[in-house]
Design a binder for this molecule. Structure first.
Ligand code: SF4
Length: 484
């Protein structure tokens, strides 16, 4: 069904290299336009020979189609067609504590290794209780697609880099640093209308929805994204027409705004017609020169891009917006969110290839997390794998100072070391920017641009001169390392 074999012969008529013969002209001692044009007329280049070159377009590298999801006991009989069905994926998404507990019951072995290096084991029941306690403490609700669940090694989940991002385990959590907050980037304070964050002079963030296919424990928008949890009542960010129109009217009214990030939540949870509506509204605004849709979909439910057993139109809507924008001389991109090479499979590779062939620019934003991707090898492998799929590694973020993720945060030194070690190992345009999104709303700054970094106290300071207004002129922003 997804055979990509394709042979095309390109015939180009290219000029053979030849050097124009120039008759020696008389020496010109002073410049005269008449003499110069006469001299030019004496130049008689040889006729350009054309040689026909025949190039064969190579078939993209073959991608092995293994049925990796069948390693998960509950999906051992699921066929490739089923697994590639977006409807099947939605139906089998694991959401909420009761469904997650049932799923864990079915997929976990009797015992799993602890992740504290002690060599001890934890029973299945104890791990499930640990997870349920973690859910009670977490700021994000749980929801995971079958795709992302099938990328976990269920024989050793506590040490698994995918499990660690999405499933809270109480005994792994650590007390919050006192400076952690729910809305560490002060997005609410920078929102002139609901769901529209305007921080940079030329760029704004539009949040049309608050729902995602998979919820990340470390979400920077834990104040609004996902369902309420025991500890957090979420700010309302429902996809209502009134809210959207208010936000779009604001964007249109600001001549200085040229760049919009359409995020959420996740643009994957916009219906195709909603995606197209927002895209075409932005294209029609003379002040908007570029925009991006932010979606983790490619990393957690990539089969939708392939339009396998069914076509729900999301990919087509994205391509239609991308094409229309290009014709209007504007740039549209999809920003996705891979954090570990294990999240990449043949399905996401094929999906990325399909987007590339359709002319959709895809960039990636990674969050740096302890025990997930904080080693040189893991980060370098991820960057290269993304680059090989023509997904441009755009940012690696220092984990935001949001509540209940102290166990996932790394000191600033880690991101500085990674940047230093990886730079030069890949072409510069595939090298992500290693940044800190400044707590308090200073925007993204290169981690290495800190004004000071006291490694003893773990406090680093930054300035963001281009971000002004409100309380931000000459403001010094501080990032706090996790408490060791
Ligand atoms: S996909 Fe993005 S918005 Fe959704 S939970 Fe994850 S980090 Fe938050």
């Amino acid at each position: 069904m997804f055979s990509l074999s394709r042979r095309a012969v390109v015939r180009l008529r290219a000029p053979a290299f030849s050097v124009a013969r120039v008759r020696p002209a008389r020496a010109i001692t002073s410049f005269s336009p008449r003499r110069a044009s006469a001299a030019a007329a004496q130049i008689s280049p040889e006729p350009i020979e054309h040689t026909e070159h025949v190039f064969e377009t190579p078939t993209p590298p073959a991608i092995e189609h293994d049925q990796f999801w069948q390693k998960v006991p509950v999906w051992k009989d699921v066929t490739t067609d089923e697994f590639l069905s977006y409807t099947w994926g939605i139906k089998n998404t694991v959401q909420g504590d009761i469904k997650l507990a049932r799923f864990l019951e079915a997929v976990l072995p009797d015992h799993v290794p602890m992740d504290d290096g002690s060599g001890t084991l934890q029973s299945r029941d104890d791990l499930i209780t640990d997870v349920l306690d973690g859910i009670k403490a977490a700021t994000m609700s749980t929801r995971m697609t079958p795709y992302i669940l099938s990328r976990i090694n269920w024989a050793d989940p506590r040490r698994d880099p995918v499990f660690r991002q999405f499933i809270p385990v109480k005994t792994r959590m650590r007390p919050d640093h006192p400076k952690l907050t729910l809305d560490s980037l002060h997005e609410s304070a920078d929102s002139p209308v609901s769901g529209l964050v305007h921080r940079y002079p030329d760029k704004a963030l539009f949040l049309p929805t608050s729902v995602c296919p998979t919820y990340c424990m470390f979400c920077t928008r834990s104040y609004a994204v996902g369902a309420n949890t025991e500890s957090v009542k979420k700010a309302s960010m429902k996809p209502t027409k009134r809210r959207w129109e208010e936000a779009l009217a604001y964007v249109a009214s600001q001549p200085g705004l040229h760049d919009i990030v359409v995020s959420g939540g996740d643009a994957y949870y916009l219906q195709p017609e909603q995606l197209a509506y927002i895209g075409h509204r932005l294209i029609a605004m003379p002040n908007i020169r570029r925009f991006r849709f932010a979606s983790k979909g490619l990393a957690v439910a990539p089969a939708r891009i392939l339009n396998g057993a069914e076509n729900d139109g999301w990919f087509d809507a994205l391509v239609s917006v991308s094409d229309a924008a290009r014709k209007a001389g504007k740039a549209v991109a999809l920003h996705t969110h891979f954090n570990h090479p294990q999240e990449i499979s043949w399905i996401s590779e094929l999906a990325a290839r399909r987007l590339w062939e359709a002319g959709v620019m895809v960039r990636n934003q990674t969050v740096l997390m302890k025990g997930v991707n904080d080693t040189r090898d893991t980060m370098a492998t991820l960057i290269r794998a993304l680059a090989d799929s023509n997904i441009f590694p755009y940012y690696v973020y220092q984990c935001d100072m949001v509540e209940k993720v102290e166990h996932l945060r790394t000191p600033l030194q880690t991101i500085l070391d990674l940047e230093a070690q990886i730079r030069g190992s890949i072409a510069g345009f595939m090298m992500p920017q290693f940044v800190v999104d400044l707590p308090g709303g200073g925007g993204k700054r290169l981690a290495c641009s800190h004004l000071s970094y006291d490694r003893a106290t773990g406090v680093s300071q930054f300035m963001a001169p281009a971000v002004t207004g409100r309380d931000k002129d000459n403001k010094v922003y501080e990032y706090y390392d996790p408490v060791e």
